[in-house]
Design a protein around this ligand. Structure first.
Ligand SMILES: *[C@@H]1O[C@H](CO)[C@@H](O)[C@H](O)[C@H]1NC(C)=O
Length: 298
């Protein structure tokens, strides 16, 4: 169902149909199948560029026509399409979506603000950009990207790096299992047990919003009609303290890095326009810019 409540009737009449902001209530699941996102293919929607895909070593690849690793090819999901916490009440991330009254052309690279309504994350907000669409998803269904969330039908993680532990659906069950993940996927894996409190498929209400620049920086994909949607305004702080370190730090195997002090873990974000977290990378990694909006400890 599409809601027109956010736009005035006169403004709405002047806009193309695609500018109607989708909203409603929906259901979530979680996954990380390592496959090339479906919105990484050209021609899916009117966008600036298809969603970045990466090679087996998590480096961005330039050929949008590269075959998916889930189909014998060499294109996989990029590690920075993992979720991350801004503070205790707000997180950013990515999802596979299927929304009532739309199609791939309206979902690819669109952003949605989700407010969870059930489970331990009730009241928290997550803004996601749609990087994949799913024919196997129900309506108003957001399959949230999180490493270790389960590979589902197509397991691209096995060809990419030998596979992830955990159940096909639902994935791992304990934060300690994140330690065996490729380094690039550890922060996103730990996010599930930290910010997300290991919530099990929480429900939510959602509205379509303009994509925050931090999300576009990680996908390289912005919709042509993005400016027609309402800007995302974060929920006002509810008294809980902002986290001094918005990036989950993970101790690398044998690294022995100190848990105290503000040090960004290898592969975590360490800079970029609008970034307010830790800018010092842990020993053995340095902060490298990947465009104006995203620097990463590599
Ligand atoms: C979380 O961050 C958002 C965006 O910076 C801010 O508007 C909001 O007040 C913060 N919330 C808390 C509880 O700190």
């Amino acid at each position: 169902m599409r809601s027109t409540s956010i736009l005035s009737t006169s403004l709405l009449a002047a806009l193309p149909l695609t500018a109607q902001a989708a909203s409603g209530s929906g259901k979530s699941t979680r996954y990380w199948d390592c496959c090339k996102p479906s919105c990484s293919w050209p021609g899916k929607a009117a966008v600036s560029a298809p969603v970045f895909a990466c090679d087996a070593n998590f480096n961005r690849i330039s050929d949008p026509g590269a075959k998916s690793g889930c189909d014998g090819g060499s294109a996989y999901s990029c590690a920075d399409h993992s979720p991350w916490a801004i503070n205790d009440s707000l997180a950013y991330g990515f999802a596979a979506t299927r929304i009532n009254g739309g199609s791939e052309a309206s979902w690819c690279c669109a952003c949605y603000a989700l407010t969870f309504t059930s489970g331990p994350v009730a009241g928290k907000t997550m803004v996601v950009q749609s990087t994949s669409t799913g024919g196997d998803l129900g309506t108003n269904h957001f399959d949230l990207n999180m490493p270790g969330g389960g590979v589902g039908l197509f397991d691209g993680c096995r060809p990419q790096f030998g596979g992830l532990p955990g159940a096909t659906y639902g994935g791992i069950s304990d934060r300690s299992q994140c330690a065996s993940f490729p380094n690039a996927l550890k922060p996103g894996c730990e996010w599930r047990f930290d910010w997300f409190k290991n919530a099990d498929n929480p429900d939510f209400t959602f509205t379509q919003v303009q994509c925050p620049s931090e999300l576009v920086a990680r996908t390289g994909c912005k919709r042509a009609d993005d400016g027609n949607f309402p800007a995302f305004s974060p929920p006002s702080g509810g008294g809980s303290n902002p986290q001094p370190n918005p990036q989950p730090t993970s101790t690398q195997g044998g690294g022995g890095s100190s848990p105290t002090g503000c040090v960004a873990a290898k592969w975590a974000q360490c800079g970029g326009i609008g970034f307010t977290g830790c800018k010092n990378c842990e020993a053995g990694s340095t902060c490298k810019a990947n465009g104006d909006y995203y620097s990463q400890c590599v």
